[in-house]
Design a protein. Structure first.
Length: 307
C-alpha cells in the first residue's frame, strides 16, 4: 500500500523516530543516498508562495539524485478544469512522488486516494507535517531525546502549526501545551486524535488561556505568525486578540533556563515575537530552517522505501 504524509499522525511513533534518525544521518553525509538517481522526477506543486519549502524540496530532491519539477497551479489545470485525483493519475505515470503546498486538506486527501505514488503535504490550512519533522529534528539536536519534554505553543491554537505540534508532539511522547484565547482554541477533533495517540506514547496535550501559566517550566517555546496567508483581512482583529500571547524575554524567563525558541518563519518581529528573542541566544530558528532540507530528504527516502 502506498504511504503518504498528509497529517502528522500518519506516522507512528516508531516511524517518526526512524525518519528523524535518517535525517540526522543525511545531515552528516548529505549525498549518502540517491534513491531518485536516474534522475527520477518529483512534482512539487505550489498554490501558495514559498521560500523555505520551495528551496528545501528543490535542493533536497536534487541531493537525492532526482529532478524537481516545480509547478504553479496558476499555470496548470489543477484546481481549474482538473480535479486533484485526475491530476494525480496523470502525474503518477511520470513522477516518483507528489509534493503539494495548498489550502484545503480535502484536496490532498483526494489526490492521495487517486494515486499510487507518495503524496506529501507541504502545507495545508490544517496541518504542516514537513515543518514539524524539521522542528522535532532541531529540538532533538539541541535537547537530546524528545520524550518527556514540555513544549508550549503561543498564539493561534487553531492554526495549521498548532494542530501539527499537537499531533507530532504527542507522537514523540512530548507534553504539548497550547496557549491561546478560547476563540482560537485547537479543533476538538485534532485534540481528541492527539489524546488517543498520547495514550500510546505517554505524551499529553493541555490547553491554556493564561500564557504565563503555560510558559512556566517549558523546555521549548514556539510561536508562529498571527496572520497566515489567506487571512490578511483578519490582521487587525488578530493583533488585538492575540496581543497578550507575544513571546518576549519575560516569557522566556518563565521557561527552563536552557529553553530554546522555535519559529517556522517568516516572522513578524514585534508582533508574535520580540526581536530580542528571535535574534537572541535561545533562538534556534536558523538551524530549524536548514533542517527542513534534511528532514524532507529523509521523509522522501522513507516513503519511497515503502513502495
Amino acid at each position: 500500500m502506498t504511504r503518504h504524509l498528509l497529517r502528522d499522525d500518519d506516522l507512528t511513533a516508531a516511524e517518526q523516530d526512524e525518519i528523524l534518525d535518517l535525517a540526522l544521518a543525511l545531515k552528516k553525509d548529505r549525498w549518502k543516498l540517491k534513491p531518485l538517481e536516474g534522475p527520477q522526477t518529483v512534482a512539487v506543486i505550489f498554490d501558495k508562495s514559498s521560500t523555505r519549502t520551495r528551496v528545501s524540496f528543490a535542493v533536497g530532491i536534487a541531493d537525492l539524485g532526482g529532478s524537481p519539477l516545480i509547478i504553479s497551479t496558476a499555470n496548470s489545470q489543477l484546481g481549474g478544469k482538473e480535479t486533484p485525483s485526475d491530476t494525480a493519475r496523470v502525474l503518477e505515470r511520470q513522477v516518483a512522488a507528489i509534493v503539494w503546498r495548498t489550502y484545503a486538506q480535502a484536496g490532498l486527501e483526494e489526490m492521495a486516494r487517486g494515486t499510487t505514488v507518495p503524496v506529501v503535504n507541504a502545507l495545508s490550512d490544517d496541518f504542516h507535517p514537513c515543518q514539524l519533522l524539521a522542528d522535532l529534528l532541531t529540538i532533538r539536536e539541541h535537547k537530546g531525546a524528545l520524550k518527556g519534554l514540555t513544549l508550549t505553543f503561543f498564539g493561534d491554537g487553531r492554526s495549521n502549526m498548532a494542530h501539527s505540534y499537537i499531533l507530532a508532539g504527542v507522537t514523540a511522547g512530548m507534553h504539548v501545551r497550547v496557549t491561546s484565547p478560547e476563540s482560537y482554541s485547537p479543533r476538538e477533533d485534532v485534540v481528541a486524535d492527539a489524546d488517543r495517540r498520547a495514550a500510546e506514547t505517554g505524551g499529553s496535550v493541555t490547553l491554556y488561556t493564561d500564557p504565563i501559566e503555560a510558559a512556566a517550566g517549558a523546555d521549548v517555546i514556539v510561536t508562529d505568525t498571527w496572520v497566515s496567508m489567506g487571512k490578511e483581512e483578519e490582521k487587525i482583529a488578530r493583533l488585538r486578540d492575540l496581543g497578550a500571547y507575544k513571546v518576549t524575554q519575560e516569557t522566556m524567563a518563565l521557561a527552563q533556563p536552557d529553553a530554546i525558541f522555535i519559529h517556522c518563519l517568516p516572522a513578524d518581529r514585534g508582533y508574535e515575537v520580540d526581536a530580542e528573542v528571535i535574534d537572541g541566544p535561545q533562538s534556534v530558528v536558523w538551524d530549524e530552517a536548514e533542517n527542513r532540507l534534511h528532514a524532507q530528504k529523509a521523509l522522501l527516502v522513507w516513503l519511497l522505501r515503502q513502495q
